[in-house]
Design a protein around this ligand. Structure first.
Ligand code: ZN
Length: 330
């Protein structure tokens, strides 16, 4: 994917200001980018870091073509550091933090600025955060810190107060679809992905064709259950498919989220995203039925969590669907 500051322009006044600040070397030393997954935080951090090391003239950074810019894009710039947990660990401990901050202490390799990015800042332990805090209190020259998180509440207030906080938001569905089309995704597919990701373009890009196919398959199978006897065939069709089993509840939850919106009269189901059986369900069954099904889904998830078999958990959901069919046939 081609990165350009302009792709993110208009997302918020903040990002426009970021571009201007970095382009003119007027940035502060620490930023906290907060917002849901897939809203452009990492891409914007990379662009800011590029602007910080770029050799183009003021106002034209990042140029994307000079040596430092190209090394940033290929991930080989020696003054750009990503701070992540050690392999096999969940959190960023104080040792990893010290090592990263040591890099800040030494002279820059290319003689320009340095950038440290924390792609999942919420993974820092309290001890690691306190270690970082000392550096943020006495920031080294020409070094930019980017703390990125979808859980800003996991950071110490003292850390947050040392950063300029920039909030990232999902785009509207139409806007997200437009952005995806610009990235070369065909219109119909772009609309489906925008709907599924609720406007988080980064998440939309991660959705693969198999996921879209599974949405159609699962909604067709589930909402074709009209009597208790239909359930077994559906369960058996997933018997050998461990991958499908793992995803089926997620997929049903995604579908039901949209179905509930349709039942509440908020938005029609996205055309072609779900099987026609699901569209008929959404039209025939009132909101109370959708909510009862959601309850059954939650119970099924708890059943799976307490080691009940996949077949029993699925049966619980499918029997609820067949029960609803007798009241509101679709
Ligand atoms: Zn450049």
């Amino acid at each position: 994917m081609e990165l350009s500051f302009d792709d993110f322009m208009g997302q918020s006044a903040h990002t426009a200001k970021l571009r201007a600040d970095f382009s003119h070397g007027k940035n502060v030393h620490a930023y906290l980018f907060a917002g849901p997954r897939g809203t452009g935080k990492k891409s914007v951090a990379l662009l800011c870091a590029m602007a910080a090391v770029c050799r183009a003239e003021e106002g034209k950074r990042p140029c994307g073509v000079c040596g430092p810019c190209r090394r940033m894009l290929s991930g080989t710039h020696p003054d750009f550091h990503r701070v992540v947990p050690e392999k096999g660990k969940q959190s960023i401990g104080v040792d990893v933090m010290r090592e990263a901050l040591d890099e800040v202490g030494v002279k820059s390799f290319e003689g320009g600025a340095k950038a440290l990015v924390f792609p999942e800042a919420e993974r820092m332990t309290a001890q690691a955060q306190n270690c970082l805090l000392k550096t943020l209190e006495e920031p080294p020259a020409a070094t930019a810190f980017f703390l990125i998180t979808d859980q800003p509440g996991a950071l110490l207030p003292t850390i947050v107060s040392r950063c300029r906080v920039v909030r990232f938001h999902p785009l509207g569905i139409q806007e997200a679809a437009g952005r995806l089309e610009q990235l070369g995704i065909p219109h119909e597919d772009a609309v489906k992905r925008a709907r599924l990701s609720e406007g988080c373009v980064g998440q939309a890009l991660e959705i693969d064709g198999a996921r879209l196919a599974l949405l159609l398959r699962v909604t067709k199978d589930a909402f074709s259950v009209h009597a208790p006897g239909d359930a077994l065939a559906v369960i058996n069709s997933y018997k050998e498919d461990k991958d499908g089993q793992r995803q089926i509840l997620d997929v049903l939850e995604t579908a039901l989220r949209d179905i509930l919106m349709a039942q509440a009269g908020r938005a029609a189901l996205c055309e072609g995203l779900y099987a026609p059986e699901a569209e008929r369900y959404a039209k025939a069954v009132p909101l109370s039925g959708g909510l009862a099904l959601q309850e059954a889904l939650t119970q099924a998830r708890m059943m799976l969590g307490s080691n009940v078999s996949f077949a029993s958990a699925m049966e619980h959901i499918l029997l609820k669907i067949s029960e609803e069919y007798t009241t509101w046939p679709w």
